[in-house]
Design a protein around this ligand. Structure first.
Ligand code: GTP
Ligand code: MG
Length: 318
């Protein structure tokens, strides 16, 4: 078993962390406007903070936990400056998300290792596949992509374009083909060619459409005929800009197919980022990746501390 370093050692600290901080929630992270220096954590201040955290998508339960922590650490003392609050918040946020920071591990025993990528329409599945392919290629894995979104010709072409860009083969059939059959063929092809990893795209589906969720269950069932342990990863791609709706999606997809990892996209612009804090308290599934843009490099593994720091903004402004 190799822990996927996927960018974890590569550019992380410098490049991606900077971009994460710059772009998260359109550059404002949780958008905390503090101005707390000289004040005390009284009811009025708590309410201000509570509102800001809720607006940042942190969710009620996680917000309550954070306020409790602030109360415990700040007591009735006069707050020095905003950094004091930021620091307590960043530590508490990192703690709340820490157990979810488990990177994707590609097991060498699997032949091939199968990643099934699922999510609602437009969440960023195909783009995430492109980014993940590049990252795994850089780590030396051979990859084959399966065009399991057979609903639109454009979807197949989009995946083929990512295949070309990354110089990896794509197994596809005509639009309208059975996605389970496409993915089955792709796994067999990967086996025949001793390819390490198959990443399967799927069509976007709303979590409340029973027929489409049943189709996903069928894909999983058919995949298991080739390897009882497959898919080794069911990666749910969530659009952070959907706010609390992303949580509903996560719970429903998990109920239907048992999600094993989450990639949170669109944390730039619309996505506030607090959604990961909220999700951490509601679903015990690892956060594998965070995406902050449309480019091939705009994704990295999730790191709780970096993410928490980016959420609260600068801790030590000059
Ligand atoms: N800003 C931003 N845009 C993103 C990110 N990830 C994906 N996108 C964009 O979101 C749009 C949808 O991305 P796709 O990868 O096609 O999404 P999908 O889930 O495959 O969509 P369907 O196949 O239609 O279900 C595209 O315009 C992407 O460029 C991200 O992290 N940030
Ligand atoms: Mg797609």
């Amino acid at each position: 078993m190799r822990a996927m370093p996927a960018a974890s050692t590569k550019e992380s600290k410098g490049g991606f962390f900077k971009r994460l901080k710059a772009r998260l929630g359109g550059g404002r992270g949780l958008g905390l406007s503090l101005g707390f220096g000289g004040r005390k954590l009284d009811a009025e201040l708590e309410e201000e903070l509570e509102t800001q955290l809720l607006v940042g998508d942190v969710g009620i339960e996680a917000t309550e936990l954070l306020l409790k922590r602030l109360r415990r650490q700040l007591g009735s003392k006069t707050i020095d400056d905003d950094d004091e609050v930021r620091s307590v918040l960043a530590d508490a946020l990192a703690e709340q998300m820490a157990s979810h920071a488990r990177p994707l591990e590609i097991s060498d025993a699997a032949a091939p290792f199968v990643v099934l990528v699922v999510g609602v329409n437009g969440s960023g599945k195909t783009t995430t596949i492109g980014k993940l392919t590049r990252s795994l290629r850089e780590d030396g894995y051979s990859i084959l992509l399966a065009a399991g979104d057979t609903y639109r010709a454009a979807a197949i072409e989009q995946l083929q374009a990512w295949g070309e860009r990354n110089d990896v083969p794509v197994v596809a059939q005509q639009p309208g083909a059975d996605p389970a059959a496409v993915i089955y063929d792709a796994i067999e092809a990967a086996r025949a060619r001793s390819i390490d990893v198959v990443i399967a795209d799927t069509a976007g589906r709303l979590q409340n459409k029973a027929g489409l969720m049943a189709e996903l269950e069928k894909i999983v069932r058919v995949t298991r005929r080739l390897d009882a342990a497959a898919p080794h990863e069911i990666l749910l791609v969530l659009d952070a800009s959907l706010g609390q709706n992303a949580i509903t999606q996560a719970l429903e997809f998990h109920r239907a197919v048992g999600v094993t990892g989450i990639a949170m996209t669109k944390l730039d612009g619309g996505g506030k980022g607090g959604i990961l804090v909220s999700l951490a308290g509601q679903l015990d599934v690892p956060f594998r990746f965070v995406g902050v843009g449309e480019g091939i490099e705009d994704m990295d593994v999730f790191r709780a501390e970096d993410f928490a720091t980016a959420l609260v903004g600068r801790r030590n402004p000059q």
